[in-house]
Design a protein around this ligand. Sequence first.
Ligand code: MG
Length: 290
Amino acid sequence: MRIATFRHNNTRHVGRVSSDGLHVQAFEVSADIAHLGALRLLEAVVAGGQWPSVSSQQLAVSDVQLEAPIPVPRRNIWCVGRNYHEHAKELSTSVFKDSNTNTQAWPIVFTKVPECVVGPFDSVHLPGAQVSEQIDYEAELAVIIGKGGKNILAADAMQHVFGYTIVNDVTARDVQMRHQQWDMGKSFDTFCPMGPWMVTADELDGTHTRVRCVVNGEQRQDGPTENMIFDIPTLIETISRGITLFSGDIIATGTPAGVGMGLKPPRYLKAGDVVRVEIDGIGHIENRFI
Ligand code: MG
């Protein structure tokens, strides 16, 4: 099932998207529930409830404003750094210069603040040259946790995946490298476009799909998720070691090779650029940088 959060007539709704991605029908739920997007519905279904019924009214997706499927995450978004082999290589002279990609025992994990989430077609605001001159894109598959838990074993981890969505882990490279921790360079306002909807795990195998990024019509990234250094079960096992994961938690699983910083010379984003992230089995998001 594809579950979208969207605005229609100035009201936020959660709805079921048709398999061709062209129409959406709102779930019949209160405004309080819809305010958190898919989060409350997901929690209810994980607890054994049924999906609510949907309105008989079919809206064209082109007539609504899509928002992030979980527009107000309950807490920070978990993110994984350097998680594709080729991407680790391309950054081996910069942000990852101290590490050997072949002997890394543990994934790099950081977070983005929930308030940086924006919709799948919203603008991303460049913070201004006085703050950063090195804004970069990172196309990523995001896992949405269903059943929560602590100390989840990799062998059981896929049972905790509710679904998947797309994020662009937008990054200020100069700020990322200035601080020992990455959160600041990753958390600027609007730096986490997400969507266009969530696809449930029964319809998509996130361990076998493909992540692409296109900047102004030029393809920059194209990587299969099989090439992750730490696969999705390992990421869930690692992050849940001693930390309870909750329903609705989001894990951005890292980006393939081809980021702007890895090009020779590096090519950073500027006002007017349009960045599209596509994942097979989900769809695409597309954001103008202003
Ligand atoms: Mg990233």
